[in-house]
Design a protein around this ligand. Sequence first.
Ligand SMILES: Cc1cc2nc3c(=O)[nH]c(=O)nc-3n(C[C@H](O)[C@H](O)[C@H](O)COP(=O)(O)OP(=O)(O)OC[C@H]3O[C@@H](n4cnc5c(N)ncnc54)[C@H](O)[C@@H]3O)c2cc1C
Length: 475
Amino acid sequence: MITSQEYRARLKKLKPNVYMDGDIISREDPRLAGGINIMSQTYDLAYKPEFEEVLTATSHLNGRKINRFTHIHQSVDDLLKKQKMTRLCSQEVGGCIQRCMGTDALNALSVVTHEVDQQGDTEYYQRFLKYLQYIQDNDLAANCAQTDVKGDRMKRPHEQSDPDLYLRIVEKLPDGIVVTGAKAHNTCSAYIDEIIALPTRRLTAEEGPWAVAFALPADWEGVTLINAAYSPRPRRKLHAPYAELGVSHSITVFDKVFVPWERVFLCGEWEAAGRLGLLFALYHRHSYTGCKAALSEIVAGAAALVAEYNGIDRSQHVRHKIAELIAVVELIFAAGIAAAVNARRASSGTYIPDVTFCNVGRYVAGTNIYKEYETLAEIAGGLPATLPPEMDFYNPKTGPYLEKYIMRKDGISAEDQHRCFRLLQDMMSSAWGGHKLIDALHGGGSPVMERIGILNAYDLESVKRLAKRLAGIKT
Ligand SMILES: Cc1cc2nc3c(=O)[nH]c(=O)nc-3n(C[C@H](O)[C@H](O)[C@H](O)COP(=O)(O)OP(=O)(O)OC[C@H]3O[C@@H](n4cnc5c(N)ncnc54)[C@H](O)[C@@H]3O)c2cc1C
């Protein structure tokens, strides 16, 4: 395991290939600082005794102690700990912990490379294990570049007018493959070590060139990261943990990129593309049952806090709304527990969480997020939208006015009132906050994808039979 200092030092050595707002930027650009702060926590927390049990694991490759973000789930307990780790880390940083993407991609690859090898004469699994060893030995952070830019949504990859709208193999060479295309919405790509690219959907026989999975260093020749970054507004005086976080996402362009064979994990096996894509999504939806539970409990906590500061915390309608928020938090988390407990073992030995419970948990999370924010806004009143800028609280003329007129419930200091509403402003009335809502809705798959997943996995005929029996209809 490495420390966050070592992680940060490694980032500095990456060749510049991140573009933002018209410029090529270094990994030390302040707009990436919030995301790097979060990623650093995944290293630091692993050394804290109170987090050690969930943040570290024993490598199934060599029995060594590793950071759980690089672990392949070997049991139900591993899945439960991964979910708990995601929730605890997300509580700690105040939002998405980001590093789970790579964990979920590694786990999906550990299953599918093994399955593909069983069908033919490929050697993906052994390659994958060597790669995993490299990840674990160096405690590398990875992302997952799965979502293709996809062009016309109603057309399949081979039907697009530009075939590069889904990442594809354009050449096979003796020592590797060449790929071209772009992946969208790639979280944390600007501050990880490794990009793991996976297919995004099921493919058909004529779509072999699009059936490709591989991993590359984030600054590899021909890889360009066109980045969008979000953070809460920077603070000058009223420092707070929430103001230190951030995230960035890139369109990751692969322009005739060479991938050596030892880093290729799927190459033309179109039948396995859908399985790999869906499995990553499944692991990621399971991760969401941890991080989204944390995000929702931050909303519930902020709602309870502002209710208290507004003096309305004993009102029945407020208490009921907060109970509803808590119900969402714990239902999401419970679905993740159920998914872990009902996991099954793949041929590689990796544990796969239950499909229905993962999808249900992610679905409850995604479809409730706007309602949760509505509740928070309702309880908070309008001030999160109209709160004067921070420095007006420190101006000798306006500061005393603001300290006097921000007061609500007796016994709460002006600074704490200010802190509470500044947090709510960042959460609800900022570019950061707006972005979080879309993330919570679509990240890990839009609600429609979970609906499809739920229907595909559910035995609808058996519940129809149940209804028929109860209705007295003969089958
Ligand atoms: C903040 C954030 C972070 C993310 N991080 C990552 C990441 O790190 N890695 C990664 O790979 N992905 C990531 N994603 C991508 C995420 O998984 C996708 O946003 C999600 O799968 C939806 O894809 P899309 O954005 O292309 O939307 P679209 O697929 O364009 O969906 C838009 C709408 O069109 C509908 N639609 C799409 N296709 C069809 C069709 N054929 N027929 C009918 N209706 C259709 C959908 O139902 C949806 O309602 C992230 C997304 C967000 C918002």
